[in-house]
Design a protein around this ligand. Sequence first.
Ligand code: FEO
Length: 408
Amino acid sequence: MYCVRAITNDVYWVGANDHRLHLFENIHPIPRGVSYNAYVLLDKATVLFDTVDWSVCRQFLENVEHVLNGRDLDYLVINHMEPDHCASMEEIILRYPKVKIISTEKSFMLMRQFGFRIDNQDLIEVKEGDTQCFGKHTVTYVAAPMVHWPEAMVTLDLTDGILFSADAFGSFIALDGRLFADEVNFDRDWIDEARRYYTNIVGKYGPHVQHLLGKAATVLDKIKYICPLHGPVWRRDFPYLLDKYTHWSTYTPEEKGVLIVYASMYGNTESAAQILASRLCEKGITNIRVCDVSNIHVSELIAETFKYSHLVLASVTYNLGIYPVMLDFLEHMKALHVQKRTVTIIENGSWAVKSGDLMQKFIDDNLQDMTILNERVSMASTLHEDKQQEMEQLAQALADSLQDTEQS
Ligand code: FEO
């Protein structure tokens, strides 16, 4: 049975939801599922924008068949050929053998590299600024390299102002009937997962996202709908969405606040993290999140790092190095180009306290535009009373820095 929704009189969502996949890209947990979006335009010609992951192919095929209502499929536009969107294209070709495929040169190259059998089809290679008329609707193709793969493009329907935005403006969480962002309480229920999606999937490519946002800004008044390949379709609140994307893609914190990430073996470093959180609250700083690096998935830690202005790294020393799970978090920060944060350090060790210097060196060597405050709490096994002064200085340094951030 088909499961489709109309976006306009002649554009339909024909995607599907996946609640069975545990790990997106086999790495990021998705406890609330994910949607794979695809769209059909019914015009003089019929056009399918992207396909879906193999796991939901059957539902997708029923949806396409229903919307086409006996018509043949004339064109398949592939904005992004990553297999979570392109894996079902061979099934489309089998069912609609005359379909012409529209995509970029690099996309066709990658399709062949993945072994997709496309070479018996008419292939239409497009590039930045090309336009195409399907009847009433004329579209233009816009290159979007590295958002999130090098071959990506987005398509703007100039007639009805529909931006098929590929991975840009996407989100985790299955739609479960709600297609439009204004059908959910996005800021309450979705933003954390949208941030986790963006920061972990596209976070490394901020300058490329900025470039795409710059192009979008020139036609913003023409855009009425934003149709990403995951998550809800946007038809209002564009300033909210663009503000989030501007913060994330420029690595600018969304909020003045403190993320305390601790690595603790026996609870002593955790205790120090909790004491710091209490000291900060006593100073009126309550926008705090305390996270156990061992129990919160690194994709969530990364998302929170993009959100907060200040970061406290509290880690035991392990085999004379950084606690491995904390090191993994730091490596993810490096890989995703986290920058522009203010950092303080709490270090612990029982026979050698090394983690503080090592974390500082990692940040100095690998991350850009990070400010590491001089104050540091260094503890041997547990936080003793004589460390009260160090902890107070650390808390005050954070408070002063937050105050400076407010004034700047
Ligand atoms: Fe959802 Fe980059 O694929």
